[in-house]
Design a protein around this ligand. Sequence first.
Ligand SMILES: [Fe+2]
Ligand SMILES: [Fe+2]
Length: 189
Amino acid sequence: MAKATEILRKEHDVILKMIEATEITAARLERGERVPDSLLAGIIEFFQLFADRCHHGKEEEVFFPRLVEKGMPSDGGPVGVMLHEHEMGRELIRRMSEAEGAYRAGASSAASSWAKAARSYATLLREHISKENEVLFMMAERMLSETEQQELAEAFERVETERMGAGTHERLHARMEQLLREAASSPAH
Ligand SMILES: [Fe+2]
Ligand SMILES: [Fe+2]
């Protein structure tokens, strides 16, 4: 089985792909283009389920607590910063979701509200992921033994089954491919 930090790094790559699609979509809205409601809703759903419930769930319920057990400070230190950024992300997703509802209802300012929240979310997550990859995970890789990495990877599987249900991860991957294509496709003339 892959090491816990490898699993989290791979999930970061998936999240970064969706962040690109999010920025492309924000740019289309900023140009005044009409995009399908389902694209905005799909992007939000992806971040709520894959990034927050699944990936942040593994970090918050399994990975960070183990680092704290191993002696990393629980607040103030890098773990505290990461937890705070997860919260900021939730707030921005909430704003994107609100704007999506308004967009669907035809509100004139909704496109720019969605784009603004989405750009903030993209910036936040990119920086968050780079801090985890380049700082926190490097520290974790020095602190954790091979056996501990394996135990954490097994615990991740339990989080995934309990919080997501069997098959959800695969369904989200397929949905992501579809959203990437949708985000990049030009409007119909
Ligand atoms: Fe995180
Ligand atoms: Fe992460």
